[in-house]
Write a protein that binds this ligand. Structure first.
Ligand SMILES: C[S@@+](CC[C@H](N)C(=O)[O-])C[C@H]1O[C@@H](n2cnc3c(N)ncnc32)[C@H](O)[C@@H]1O
Length: 351
């Protein structure tokens, strides 16, 4: 791969020179490769719409299994030159470079998979990505504006996503769900609904992969899965509510983050950049419960005035009376369908 010599190594990355490349996002690209091998895109077309050097699109074309074509686009001419060289270097017959503003491109062509990976928020590109996504296609988007979505800049989140974020223990899950909720509302305007395939938070970014479902009924079903999370930071109590109140956050997506059938067919591979990390995260995603918030062992322990028990002991104890899982959002987090008082009782039994 050709990449600019002076590129971003860590963090959300920034443009260096005219072409963007961020080495830390290689794990994000590993995930795209694994996901492409697990979804059936036979004979289909994909668009890496904001490709920079083309690192993601080229890796997908080179490494993912399946018979599909991918168009790799960037509006910047210098990036387009690098994308072409990377396609040639890898002898790819299923990848093609384009040099257009995606907002023009997607008024003329539709694709079965559209990926938008902007600097910051995907909001300015959503309309184009939605209309450029063929019936029942997949929309993928990255959001690196974690500060508004996870509550550091609440006013900005309200302006941009029309939702109140939470700055706190599970603010990143709220942020991801606000992002999905916003997309659900945008997609509904086109009489479409969404089915999440794989939506997650990692490092400094949120990433969503959503399958479009056609029809007003599907749009309504999506809107019905929006709600609010009630949270009292003093007591730690949290719950889902349909209507907003003074201590609620959202509106946000309360439905699943993963399609478990697709997750089951995703596998790590030795040729990935970070195979061990991929193995571990797949294991966590596969077991993660479809509950729209998690608890943190340090938080619950602080509320009870006890020292935090090991997470494995917590999982075992709660597992005696409920469904329980780890969560990818936090190494000290867990999800359970116990009600809050039962959760506190179980914790006290661990002391
Ligand atoms: C964060 S970078 C993409 C990084 C890349 N996907 C990767 O994995 O390395 C965002 C890219 O979007 C491109 N871009 C910004 N606005 C665009 C537009 N309207 N149409 C197409 N590309 C655009 C920028 O030139 C930049 O290369």
């Amino acid at each position: 791969m050709v990449v600019p010599e002076d590129h971003s190594i860590r963090g959300p990355g920034k443009r260096v020179g005219k072409v963007f490349y961020n080495r830390q996002m290689r794990f994000n690209r590993d995930i795209s490769v694994c996901l492409f091998s697990a979804i059936d895109l036979k004979g289909r077309s994909a668009l890496d719409a904001m490709a920079g050097t083309g690192a993601r699109g080229v890796r997908i074309a080179n490494e993912a299994e399946g018979d599909f074509n991918i168009w790799i686009n960037d509006a910047v001419p210098e990036a387009h030159g690098i994308i072409q060289r990377n396609i040639e270097l890898n002898d790819l017959e299923n990848a093609f470079a384009i040099n257009e503003d995606l907002r023009c491109l997607l008024t003329k062509r539709v694709f079965d998979y559209v990926d938008i990976d902007p600097f910051g928020s995907p909001v300015p590109y959503l309309h184009s990505a939605i209309i450029g996504c063929r019936r029942n296609g997949i929309l993928a988007a990255t959001a690196t504006d974690t500060a508004p979505l996870a509550g550091t800049y609440p006013k900005k989140c309200i302006r941009r996503y029309g939702a109140r974020p939470l700055r706190g223990r599970f603010g990143h899950e709220i942020g991801l769900r606000i992002l999905i909720g916003h997309i659900v509302r945008e997609v509904a305007k086109y009489d479409r609904g969404v089915e999440p395939i794989l939506c997650f938070y990692a490092d400094h970014y949120f990433r969503v992969h959503l399958r479009m479902r056609e029809g007003g009924g599907r749009a309504d079903e999506g809107l019905e899965q929006l709600g609010f999370i009630e949270y009292d930071a003093e007591t730690g109590r949290r719950s889902i509510s349909e209507m907003p109140g003074p201590t609620s956050y959202g509106p946000l997506w309360t439905g699943p983050l993963f399609d478990h059938a697709i997750l089951t067919s995703m596998e790590s591979g030795k040729d990935l950049a970070e195979p061990r990390r991929m193995e571990k995260i797949l294991e966590t995603w596969k077991s993660e419960l479809d509950i729209p918030f998690f608890y943190d062992s340090d938080e619950i322990s602080a509320i009870l005035g006890i020292s935090p028990p090991p997470l494995d002991a917590i999982l075992e104890k709660l597992g005696e009376r409920s469904n329980v899982s780890r969560t990818h959002f936090s190494p000290t987090g867990f999800k359970t369908d116990l009600d809050f008082d039962e959760l506190l009782d179980s914790f006290l039994e661990l002391v």
